[in-house]
Ligand binder design. Sequence first.
Ligand SMILES: NC(=O)c1ccc[n+]([C@@H]2O[C@H](COP(=O)([O-])OP(=O)(O)OC[C@H]3O[C@@H](n4cnc5c(N)ncnc54)[C@H](OP(=O)(O)O)[C@@H]3O)[C@@H](O)[C@H]2O)c1
Length: 213
Amino acid sequence: MEEAISSSPSTRLALVTGGNKGIGLEVCRQLAGNGVTVILTARDETRGTAAVENLRALRLSNVIFHQLDITDGSSISRLSDFMKSRFGRLDILVNNAAFGGVEYARDPAYTSVTSEEELSGMDRDQRLEWLWINSQETYDAAKKGLQTNYYGTKYVIEALLPLLQASSDGRIVNVSSDFGLLRKRGAEARAERRWQTHRGEAGRAAGHVPEGL
Ligand SMILES: NC(=O)c1ccc[n+]([C@@H]2O[C@H](COP(=O)([O-])OP(=O)(O)OC[C@H]3O[C@@H](n4cnc5c(N)ncnc54)[C@H](OP(=O)(O)O)[C@@H]3O)[C@@H](O)[C@H]2O)c1
């Protein structure tokens, strides 16, 4: 099946990190549906190949899998070598893989913020409230969040940058949350901080946030 994948310069080539589920999988589906050749990456081979099979069942044959754990240097090198030898360029890098940076109090094994059962039917504020009540900001979770979301993403960009520069129109798309918007440096940021302060006070009252934070 992989042999059928086009690497001609006229076909756009996108690589998505954390493409096996959630927003990453939907990004892969929409890119492939628009004629872009997609390298769907996932840290777990079984989950990644299953995602590719699901997309192929939707008649999206222009998707291939490659393993990538963004916190693992040798995994990043293997992907970069594969891209160099197989395609020699990359047009779109979608940095989607991330760790939420919190631990969930209700079920320690629960690591996704996309639970349909828990979050369906809630508006944005209700979702934030649910997350606030059910999560804990621990040192270990913050460390893992930095290792994955900042350093992991940075190392992937550094490894793939020469391939993006080899493209006539290389671009990087970083998936983030609205808390990362630069425009939130002004009045909107102050309003958001007031909301955060309010949530912090409510959290402390409920015993979720230590004094001083
Ligand atoms: N959902 C939201 O409401 C929301 C809001 C704001 C921002 N975002 C951002 O949107 C992006 C996707 O969110 P999502 O809700 O779709 O998350 P998700 O369902 O939890 O999916 C996260 C993806 O990242 C992968 N991943 C985690 N650590 C990785 C690592 N070390 N190496 C490679 N892949 C790794 C996961 O793989 P496994 O399946 O192996 O765990 C999974 O494929 C994230 O960047 C997130 O910050 C989401």
